[in-house]
Write a protein that binds this ligand. Structure first.
Ligand code: NI
Length: 138
């Protein structure tokens, strides 16, 4: 049987500044360009979450959408309308690139969702760039 996935889309808005403490100011500006702007800038992030697993015989579903919404929204509300570098514990010490944001989202959602259900994440930062991570096909 091919795997069956259940996908759902979430939105959150957040500000960040891309700046690496291990690089000089000039290097930071060269690498991150305008994203290194000292006061930061914002994005409307779109997050696609896919879970995959066995269907429950009683419900015919992988998991309840209400439960998925509760878990994802609980996490995203810690980031929504925040300046990530200044207002979230994790990004005070980690660079808020899309790559690291999606790594953080994976780790947190994987901890909070029922075991092994998280399958794929896709994080749109703008209309033109996205980041993704996930499991291999099972
Ligand atoms: Ni940005």
């Amino acid at each position: 049987m091919p795997h069956i996935g259940l996908g759902r889309i979430y939105w959150f808005s957040a500000a960040h500044r891309l700046h690496s403490p291990s690089l000089s100011d000039a290097e930071n500006f060269m690498i991150y360009d305008k994203c290194n702007n000292i006061n930061g800038h914002g994005h409307d992030y779109k997050l696609e979450v896919t879970v995959s697993g066995e269907l429950h015989p009683e419900t015919g579903m992988i998991m309840s959408l209400a439960e998925l919404d509760r878990v994802v929204n609980d996490l995203l509300k810690t980031m929504d309308y925040k300046h990530l570098n200044k207002e979230t514990e994790f990004f005070k010490n980690h660079i808020a690139t899309g790559e690291i944001i999606i790594q953080f989202l994976w780790q947190e959602l994987n901890k909070r969702l029922p075991r092994n259900l998280l399958y794929h994440l896709k994080l749109w930062e703008t209309n033109n760039n996205y980041f993704e991570t996930g499991r291999k096909n099972r």
